[in-house]
Design a protein around this ligand. Structure first.
Ligand code: SF4
Length: 487
């Protein structure tokens, strides 16, 4: 196995000189890659398959730009590629098994295409590391999330040295500048990473082990990306991070509220959202931001995980049901229609029927209009002790029943929530073509509700006033479309 090193052993708090050297190193890598590409006569086509969260989707977008700058071609058509990268997720075992299965099938192509390359990036590359080479013989390279900017060079190395099993050691820092080159040109919505990793230790979560300690992106780098996206026509910004409400600029005292205000001041941006905040760090200033920043949409993703204080404590979540209710009450006082979505884990080790009923009661009380409901999946390297995992394990059948029960409540709550829009006009930012239906487009209202309407593609990235004629649990559909203004 050949290890490709970034040559700088940076500590977690680099001196300005170390940081400067790191930046200089990245420029050298960039120039070296460009020169090598100039000598490369055949443009390799790269396909990226993305699993998991919005962070992974944004990493894929950023990597596409880096690959194109390095002389590769991007293909979206499976079977057409010379190189395939799997951008993996480790949050649940099922997601890992899915990616492993896919990689195994793709590797068969090597029998007929000797030059075909398969790489694994993302969270699984961080926590399984070289074990992946054992599980997937023939795998060419692995690159953890913080090595994103090194991947074009890694592919070149793999071809130049005719080597497989190349592993990139995880750099200490993510190089946020790789997000500054916008891929979202002319897109209605841009997802902008503001931090990487997490310093919390929620007992079930593998993220701190895959994405590392929290690293906040410099304020000016975020704003640069926001302004560039705005220049390319983007109207909505979604600020992304593991715990966005703990964001602070590494070089100043600016915090998340300052960031929201700065994005609010970018004139061409009309809507702002963020994902995900942590309930424990919800300050009164953040609640007030929903009142005083008109572009901050009244749609909040609040990952509560459980409605039982006992289980929240076991999960090391550092808040109680009372705190969740306080946040929801305050937001609904500001806007009674505020949309509130959540993440919930059912079947956490030791979750009794009583605990589950507390989650049910809270769910009904808040009436979440959207929720990601997961059955607890034991993950390696997490804080749930193996003993706890086995002794207090909830049977699969119970987990499944609890999951289904919450899903049925969600359907009722979301249908009821959506019904309030029947016959009403909504300002919709049109994002793209709908998956089904000729001339069908989709967009969102300020409450993050998906609206399906009929219209030409030229409407994409414009606002329309849409009268809602039909609602389901997941969508609103048009009755009448009128030309829209902006905020
Ligand atoms: S806050 Fe908890 S659940 Fe969220 S990423 Fe950090 S450790 Fe995981």
């Amino acid at each position: 196995m050949y290890c490709y090193d970034n040559a700088f052993g940076l500590k977690s708090n680099p001196t300005p000189k170390q940081a400067k050297n790191f930046a200089r190193y990245n420029i050298i890598i960039h120039i070296k890659t460009s020169l090598r590409n100039a000598m490369c006569s055949v443009k390799k086509k790269v396909l990226i398959k993305t699993y998991g969260c919005q962070m992974n989707e944004r990493d894929t977008e950023a990597l596409k730009v880096l690959l194109m700058e390095a002389g590769f071609t991007i293909t979206e058509k499976e079977g057409d590629e010379d190189v395939v990268l799997l951008n993996t997720c480790s949050v649940r075992e099922a997601a890992e098994l899915k990616a492993l299965g896919k990689a195994g099938r793709l590797l068969r192509k090597k029998k007929t295409h000797a030059d075909y390359k398969v790489g694994v990036m993302g969270c699984m590359a961080a926590h399984k590391k070289e074990l992946l080479f054992k599980k997937l013989p023939g795998l060419d390279f692995i690159a953890p999330p913080k090595a994103l900017h090194l991947i074009p060079e890694l592919i070149q190395q793999s071809y130049a040295r005719h080597a497989n099993q190349v592993a990139v050691p995880e750099p200490t820092f993510l190089n946020f500048s790789c997000y500054e080159r916008t891929y979202s040109k002319h897109k209605a919505v841009a997802r902008i990473p503001i931090q990487q990793g997490c310093n919390m230790a929620c007992s079930y979560c593998i993220v701190p082990k895959t994405r590392g300690e929290q690293q906040n992106r410099p304020f000016n780098s975020i704003l640069k990306e926001v302004k560039e996206a705005a220049q390319w026509g983007t109207k909505e910004i979604i600020l992304l991070g593991q715990i966005v409400n703990t964001y602070h600029d590494p070089d100043s005292r600016k915090n998340f509220i300052d960031l929201l205000e700065a994005v609010q001041n970018v004139e061409a941006i009309k809507r702002i959202r963020f994902i995900s905040p942590h309930p424990a760090f919800f300050s009164s200033q953040l609640m007030q931001a929903f009142k005083i920043l008109p572009k901050l949409c009244p749609s909040l993703h609040l990952p509560i995980q459980s409605g039982s204080d006992r289980i929240l404590k076991a999960m090391r979540r550092a808040y109680t049901k009372a705190k969740i209710l306080e946040i929801v009450k305050t937001l609904r006082t500001i806007d009674m229609r505020a949309s509130i979505s959540t993440d919930i884990i059912v079947g956490y080790p030791g979750e009794s029927e009583e605990d589950f009923q507390e989650t049910v009661a809270l769910f009904k009380d808040i009436k979440f209009d959207m929720a990601y409901i997961f059955k607890y999946s034991p993950r390696p390297l997490t804080w749930v002790a193996p003993q706890e995992q086995s002794l207090m394990k909830i049977p699969e059948k119970v987990k499944e029943d609890r999951n289904q029960y919450l899903l049925s409540i969600l359907t009722q709550c979301s249908t009821e929530y959506n019904r309030q829009f029947m016959g009403k006009y909504q300002e919709v930012l049109i994002e793209g073509k709908a998956h089904r239906g000729e001339h069908k487009l989709f967009g969102k209202n300020i409450y993050n509700k998906k609206v399906i309407l009929t219209g030409p593609e030229s409407w994409i990235n414009t606002f329309k006033h849409v009268q809602i004629g039909k609602v389901t649990a997941s969508t609103l559909e048009e009755k009448v479309v009128e030309d829209g203004g902006t905020l």
